[in-house]
Design a protein around this ligand. Structure first.
Ligand SMILES: [Zn+2]
Length: 476
């Protein structure tokens, strides 16, 4: 009688120095099976690079082995050792269930460490797996503690070098760092993240992993908001707070100041919407949509494509118009788009030129001394609480108002920073640069000067663009 066995082999990379190649495991169990009369390895079940210790990892071939054992396709299992086959008690119990259901099944390992077909063997297996599991969990805890010690010391963790730094994770990678700085400046000046993402894609920028794939939008966002950019040691994307209650600073060269990073995070989170010149900043494809208003009813005018327009047609490709009554406007006023855009750009050009003449330097934020003071008081309270000099209840009662003040101050500082950066970044040479700016930046420049443009009706048959029929409401 032939006993058909399923041979199981697995290699896991998490056990340094104990790797046993799948080929060797297979060779060994086939040899053992070969000396038993009537035994034959009918099929090899091989899971490659899958750790049996990690709980949520599915081992497809192990699953298949269980099914084949249950259904009688094979009459038993042969493996190198129990460790290869089952390291999770869960997996072991599932295997044992099958052996208890079908007592005729055979079980064998090369190391001869266990026999699941006997009751003693099953008890032994449970003990062994429980111990192996504990050892792995201890390793996990040891690694976690090591990570925390590194973080507390502001030292680098492992893994790929973060975008912006060289392989030593300390020295800047100048090209990547420059990209981050430019992206920050653009964001603070009003460019949208998706526009920056498109630019990076066009330039073919890749992460340090060199996966060959372009950086995703989500990855770009985390690159641009990584606390380590401002020198903070981060754990899972958050500033790491040390035992003294203060954020731990890293040992590497920073790319930006903490204030700038906070401002970038604020802009990307979009919570602090008052940073925007108006809620009309985003999501417009046309320069003046929502900035122009119908003088008859006051409604914001929107752009429409002229459906009859083709390449080479006369006149404007699009027009601005007051929405129809059912859309909340009066539908009475419209204007050709291109001459309108040109006219407003010229007005802004003059306004920018006037602004440029007086050199306005950076204004320092007046609250920085108080913010530093509050930060100090908070960390003193926390360390007093940690060393049990004051009770937690007392500390928390004192902390709350301080934290509130700190949050308000930080908010004020971010606002100040954004306004400063905006003021310096928004001054552009309109003659050339303006054309190259993304549309939301162009709109931001316009809205810096103009609150609205009232458009008067042009009368029937009026063909020529007449700037006298506009009233510009300048920003204060
Ligand atoms: Zn209207």
């Amino acid at each position: 009688m032939v006993v058909k066995l399923g041979g199981y082999a697995r290699i896991s990379l998490d056990k340094d120095g104990e790797e046993l190649g799948v080929q060797r495991q297979r060779h060994d169990y086939r040899q053992v099976a070969g000396v038993r009369p009537g035994w034959e390895v009918a099929r090899d079940y091989i899971d490659n690079d899958v750790s049996a210790f990690k709980r949520n990892v599915v081992r497809p071939e192990f699953e298949r082995l269980l099914v084949d054992l249950q259904s009688g396709v094979i009459d038993g299992v042969i493996a190198y050792d129990l460790d290869r086959l089952a390291r999770q008690p869960r997996d072991l119990e599932r295997l044992i269930d099958v052996f208890e259901e079908r007592p005729e099944l055979v079980f064998c390992t090369v190391t001869n460490d266990i026999d699941l077909s006997t009751s003693d063997g099953r008890t032994m297996a449970r003990v062994m797996v429980a111990f192996a599991n504990k050892a792995s969990a201890d390793t996990g805890r040891r690694i976690a503690r090591k990570h925390r010690e590194l973080a507390d010391a502001g030292k680098n963790g492992g893994g790929f070098p973060p975008f912006g730094w060289k392989a030593d994770r300390i020295t800047l990678a100048p090209e990547q760092a420059a990209l981050i700085t430019k992206a920050h400046d653009d964001l603070l000046a009003g460019t949208r993240l998706s526009t920056i993402h498109r630019e990076w894609q066009e330039k073919g920028i890749q992460s340090s992993r060199n996966t060959g794939k372009p950086i995703s939008r989500v990855a770009l966002k985390s690159i641009l908001t990584n606390p380590r950019l401002a020198g903070f040691r981060a754990v899972k994307g958050q500033k790491h707070i040390g035992p003294d209650g203060k954020p731990v600073m890293g040992v590497w060269e920073p790319i930006c100041t903490p204030e700038k990073l906070d401002a970038v995070v604020a802009v990307l989170q979009g919570i602090k919407s008052q940073f925007k010149t108006s809620n009309m900043t985003n999501n417009h494809k046309y320069l003046l949509s929502g900035i122009l208003r119908c003088s008859e009813c006051g409604t914001r005018m929107l752009a429409n494509i002229r459906s009859s327009w083709k390449e080479g047609s006369k006149g404007s490709r699009f027009f601005y118009r007051c929405p129809a009554t059912q859309d909340g406007g009066c539908g009475k006023v419209s204007r050709a788009g291109e001459p309108m855009d040109k006219h407003i750009i010229n007005l802004i050009h003059d306004a920018e030129a006037r602004m440029k003449t007086p050199a306005h330097g950076a204004v320092e934020w007046p609250g920085s001394a108080r913010l530093a003071e509050v930060g100090l008081e908070i960390s003193e309270l926390i360390s007093a609480m940690n060393s049990k000099r004051i009770s937690a209840a007392t500390a928390i009662a004192m902390l709350e108002p301080l934290e509130k003040e700190r949050d308000e101050l930080e908010y004020e500082r971010d606002r100040h920073t954004v306004e400063q950066v905006k003021a310096s970044a928004a001054v552009v040479d309109l003659s050339e640069e303006f054309e190259r700016l993304p549309i939301e930046r162009q709109r931001a420049v316009i809205m810096k000067h103009v609150r609205a443009v009232m458009v008067h009706p042009a009368g029937r048959g009026a063909r020529k663009f007449n700037p006298d029929l506009l009233d510009v409401v300048w920003a204060a």
